[in-house]
Design a protein around this ligand. Sequence first.
Ligand code: HEM
Length: 520
Amino acid sequence: MAKPFSEMPTSECLLSNALKLTSLDFHRKVYAMAETYGGIFKIKAPGKTVVVVTDPALLAQLTAQEFTGVSKPADLYETFAILCSTTTPPTYPLLALGNENDGQARWRTIRDGFAPAFAANAVPQYVPILAEEAGKVLRQVGAQTLDIFELVGRISLSATGHIMFGYDAFKCTDLDQPCDFLRDIITARKGAVGAARSLLVKLQQQFCPFAHDVQDYNDSLKGVRKKYEEIYAEMEGAAAAAPVAAAAAAAAAAGGPPTILQAFQSTRDYKYPDCPGSKMSKEDTVALIGNLVVAGTLPAATAAVYTLCLIATSPEVQAKVHAELDASGLSSSSSSSSSISPREFAASDVGHLPYLEKVIKEAMRVNSAVPQVNRATAADIELGGYAVPKGTLLFLSMGGMHASPHNFLEPHRFYPERWALQQAGDAAAGNGAGAATWTGNSGDLAGSYAPFSSGIRACLGQHWARLAIMGTVASVLGRFKLASPRSMTVESLAAGETFSVSVYPRAPLLLTFTPRAAAG
Ligand code: HEM
């Protein structure tokens, strides 16, 4: 007999739940609900049942490859469309990679084409480019107060342009030059969420005026789409000037991994197995460019930004990070010249900055850049002893899992040492109350941690994201001591965030930069 779901009390039901779904910080509300209702519970929304999952084992089960009763809606917008429609919603070009409606085989073909360029052994080749772009931007920073999201966004965009498309696609290395592309992406996506929000508001008046909002959505994407078309044209030119496919073949013949640019070249000629005779069109490639720009810039920038903010407000953490960078020769204060020119971050530094690694891991736990992914049941399934019928929308809240007191002690505390103490506790069982206290309730912190999701649809760019975040944070802290002019805590950062494709700060996040050589 299937267990009954935890139900919301009547005061929480229907309309109030539906409005929570439309709120931009809905994921934070889910965290609070999970504290009350546990690792799996049901919320009521118009026309559909929604099941929220924060339990680590059930999350892993739902994302696992062999779990076939579950499909992935492409995006938040499609999720809303499923919420209010019984028919299959139309597909949107921007979401081509990861859109289940295009067919599993098509998605698999594209993912397989790009996977070698994102593999763990391929991403170190991008690090020198990131370090160079970070250096170009950071050399313009003196002793001053800056919006850290703007600064890191510039580094992220310059690196993305060079690494993925082989040229300066976003031209924003000069601090005095306007560089609004990251904000354009956010605004376009916010338009999409806004359309979804108005969709649900209208739903209360008349049932599902869907077509009208699709138009809003497409209009909101026009600006950034023009940019993706420009990038496509530039890549065509580059391919004509220097045969990228031949370079990819040569790299493969030499046993080296291909680059992302080469992967674009080779996937372009792919045929879709489920559609005989069809090849990837220009439209598909433009959509993929958009997909990788959005996925590759926003969440990684967010993660680096929140890491830097948390470091800036924790003097003892910052001192330890600086000491580690000094010992590795990555700080300007450790360089023989007094100028701000530390050795640039290199892929070989990974594995040799264990404290910084824990700091980033902890920052990505207390502030999950991608707090939630969605799934829909394609058949009746059983989940953790509960019966979940076909057509149920599943909200997989990794942020809720990271913030749950069921999984982490003092979950809202930024405490990088918890990861070291777990290792110490594992190594020396019965090592006193300190270690035991911090091994976490379940004794398995790692099992409750999945910022990139897991399984068949796990983040394709996660190896690169980890390196990029570490390289960005090390490049900034090697050169500067950071301080926050206003007091910032985990709670105040959370209160100031909002959500589009990933979490990002609602207002400028100001940090004061003091060159390390001057700070001593
Ligand atoms: C901190 C940075 C990042 C975070 C937290 C993050 C997180 C995620 C998550 C949670 C998913 C969805 C997984 C699911 O539905 O189960 C995803 C998918 C994806 N990510 Fe990332 N991501 C990050 C950076 C990147 C970067 C740098 C790239 C590329 C350069 C990238 C490319 C992708 C792609 C292509 C997918 C779709 C995979 C598929 O549908 O098969 N991500 N990411």
